[in-house]
Design a protein around this ligand. Structure first.
Ligand SMILES: Nc1ncnc2c1ncn2[C@@H]1O[C@H](COP(=O)(O)OP(=O)(O)O)[C@@H](O)[C@H]1O
Ligand SMILES: Cc1cn([C@H]2C[C@H](O)[C@@H](COP(=O)(O)OP(=O)(O)O)O2)c(=O)[nH]c1=O
Length: 213
């Protein structure tokens, strides 16, 4: 009898500076050490076309709906080329952001009608949702201080604090709407404490995904 893990699709979300990127490497290492084959990717991006769209999205000013359409165009390609084939092969997929980011940034932050966002989601992935979404949540001032300390800011990261307040609120609204999928991580904790919590959550997911033949 052999044991394997049924494929899972995990996404990482949070406002810029919440600490998402810090933990993706930890999570991929943790899962690989436990025998999971996985693909780690990001949005916007994750494919050759998607990375070109990312360059435009992070640096060019454009109409709000153009921005939303390009985010979903990048996602469509990502699903077709990376996410769906990996899940079909039985591999896990870790994505640094997915559609919750469009709801939070283009919907919450920029105020695009959420009904239009839902229509795009229904067009691009009517049957696919993450199995688990880690939402890294911190007060705006903490995120801002972390960003200022580290790097040159892209188009989104230069937004004002009311933009991020609305973005964070939309993330929290989505988490309340889909509690079975979301796990909110209090990212004011130390990196070490967050990793203890992530490991516990991953152990539960691993246990639930074991299939034996
Ligand atoms: N829990 C934490 N405590 C203190 N600093 C952190 C924590 N998490 C991340 N950082 C630091 O904050 C900065 C932004 O983190 P990063 O992971 O790049 O954020 P994100 O990917 O969410 O934009 C980095 O310099 C990182 O080292
Ligand atoms: C996927 C996605 C990202 N974004 C934004 C959020 C981020 O500010 C930016 C890029 O995300 P990210 O890769 O998290 O940035 P970084 O590597 O600099 O931490 O794109 C949207 O506005 N909508 C979306 O649908």
């Amino acid at each position: 009898m052999t044991q394997h893990h049924q494929p899972r699709f995990i996404t990482f979300e949070g406002i810029d500076g919440a600490g998402k990127s810090t933990h993706i490497g930890f999570v991929t290492d943790y899962l690989r050490q436990r025998g999971v084959s996985l693909v780690s990717s990001r949005e916007p991006g994750g494919t050759s076309l998607g990375e070109k769209l990312r360059e435009l999205l992070l640096h060019e000013k454009m109409h709000l709906e153009t921005e939303a359409l390009l985010m979903f165009a990048s996602r469509r390609e990502h699903i077709a080329q990376v996410i769906a084939p990996a899940l079909e092969r039985g591999e896990w997929v870790i994505s640094d952001r997915f559609s919750d980011a469009s709801f939070a940034y283009q919907g919450g932050g920029r105020g695009m009608d959420l009904g239009k966002m839902e229509a795009l989601e229904a067009l691009v992935h009517p049957h696919l949702q993450p199995d688990l979404t880690f939402l890294f949540d911190v007060p705006l001032a903490v995120a801002r201080a972390r960003l200022d300390a580290t790097r040159a800011l892209d188009k989104f990261e230069q937004e004002r604090s009311d933009f991020f307040a609305a973005t964070r609120n939309e993330y929290l609204r989505r988490a309340a709407q889909f509690p079975e999928r979301f796990r909110i991580i209090d990212s004011t904790q130390s990196i070490a404490d967050i990793q203890v919590q992530l490991a516990q959550l991953l152990d539960i997911l691993l246990e639930q995904s074991v299939a034996t033949h």
